[in-house]
Write a protein that binds this ligand. Structure first.
Ligand code: COA
Length: 338
């Protein structure tokens, strides 16, 4: 496990602007009930999800990521030519390679910026924020665009009712900029347990199991998940990691003004918040409208929370991601941005 924030840097990474983009196509629980053997009632009671947005044929994730990035830059009042780095947290970029961050860098015309992807599934955005913070704290970069974007609608098996109901597509973005060491991203914790790779994964399509015609015919492709095991793991590890992260910077759960967890489903969010003693008013959720958008969920939730006036300058915001790997990540932020 990697802990940051153990030394006092000269500057820290501050959230300067946020953005969000989703496809316009909305897929409802009723529509899913016509596709697989499920009901609106089952999905709603087990997950809290009512609708999700999905890409139409021909639409590209990089376009959503670019749109979210443009909004974040505009809100931060920073031109693309001032970016030192573009980071995309994604596991479903346009191509196997190059990284989607390269496509977005080109779309934005961020000519000075280097660009690469961070692959940590649903923890990806929080991993990327920790990465960007380290570059800013070291003095190697001043302005970094961090994007979380995923389109798992392209990777689920649409005949598997236990997974296809959970996911949606989207992109969220944040401009991180160098500022005072007294606030901004105070610390991050990144964790991995690689003994649980098979708990939630895409076993086919990579170099171990390239897709064959037979797999396609037999429907042997797409995301696979042991839902109950993932649930148990997240509810155990995430609160512990949040408490440890807060403690490192002299804070406790009672000091948290807003908790923004990965929007996997309402039951996990509720269970984690309960264990921390954080009530609904201090815990942001939008999973009901978007489903689990993987690496996009935390920045999308931050963007909506800021838009709704739920994050005030000086407030303590804790973000946490968790998912395939299994991975988890926490960022503790003293908010300064908009
Ligand atoms: N509609 C109706 N029935 C469904 C269903 C669906 N969409 N999906 C599964 N079921 C059925 C199962 O077949 C099973 O039936 P059985 O008892 O006859 O075998 C029953 O519902 C219970 O399945 P189970 O998988 O044990 O349900 P659950 O209570 O664990 O809920 C999840 C399933 C996925 C909602 C839950 O495990 C969960 O939230 N896990 C975390 C997953 C997650 O968020 N992962 C992403 C992390 S990044």
């Amino acid at each position: 496990m990697l802990d940051t924030g153990l030394t006092q840097p000269v500057s820290r990474a501050h959230f300067a602007g946020l953005g969000l983009a989703v496809p316009d196509r909305v897929l409802t629980n009723e529509e899913l009930s016509a596709m697989v053997d499920t009901t609106d009632e089952w999905i709603t009671t087990r997950t809290g999800i009512h609708t999700r947005h999905v890409l139409r044929a021909g639409e590209k994730l990089s376009d959503l990521a670019t749109e979210a990035g443009k909004q974040a830059l505009s809100n931060a009042k920073i031109g693309a030519d001032n970016l030192d780095m573009v980071l995309c947290a994604t596991t479903s970029g346009d191509y196997l390679w190059p990284a989607m961050a390269c496509v977005v860098q080109g779309n934005l015309g961020a000519k000075r910026a280097c660009a690469f992807d961070v692959s940590a599934a649903c923890s990806g955005f929080c991993y990327a924020v920790a990465t960007a913070s380290a570059f800013i704290e070291s003095g190697a970069a001043r302005n970094i665009l961090v994007i979380g974007a995923d389109c798992l609608s392209r990777h689920v098996n649409w005949s598997d009712r236990s997974t296809c109901i959970l996911f949606g597509d989207g992109a969220g973005a944040a401009v991180l900029t160098a500022g005072s060491p007294d606030s901004g991203v105070l610390t991050s914790t990144l964790g991995t347990d690689g003994s649980m790779v098979e708990h939630v994964w895409m076993p086919t399509g990579g170099s171990a199991n390239p897709v064959t015609e037979e797999m396609l015919v037999n429907g042997e492709f797409g995301l696979q998940m042991r839902g109950r095991d993932v649930y148990r793991f997240c509810v155990e590890v995430v609160p512990k990691s949040i408490v440890e992260s807060l403690c490192r910077v002299g804070l406790k759960p009672a000091d948290v003004d807003l908790l923004v967890l990965h929007q996997a489903n309402l039951r996990i969010i509720g269970a984690v918040a309960d264990r921390l003693g954080i009530d609904e008013s201090r815990c942001f959720t939008n999973v009901g409208r978007y489903g689990n958008t993987s690496a996009a969920s935390v920045p999308m939730a931050l963007a909506e929370a800021a838009h709704e006036g739920k994050i005030a300058p000086g407030g303590v915001v804790v973000t946490a991601g968790f998912g395939a790997g299994l991975t988890w990540a926490v960022n503790v932020i003293k908010w300064t941005g908009n």
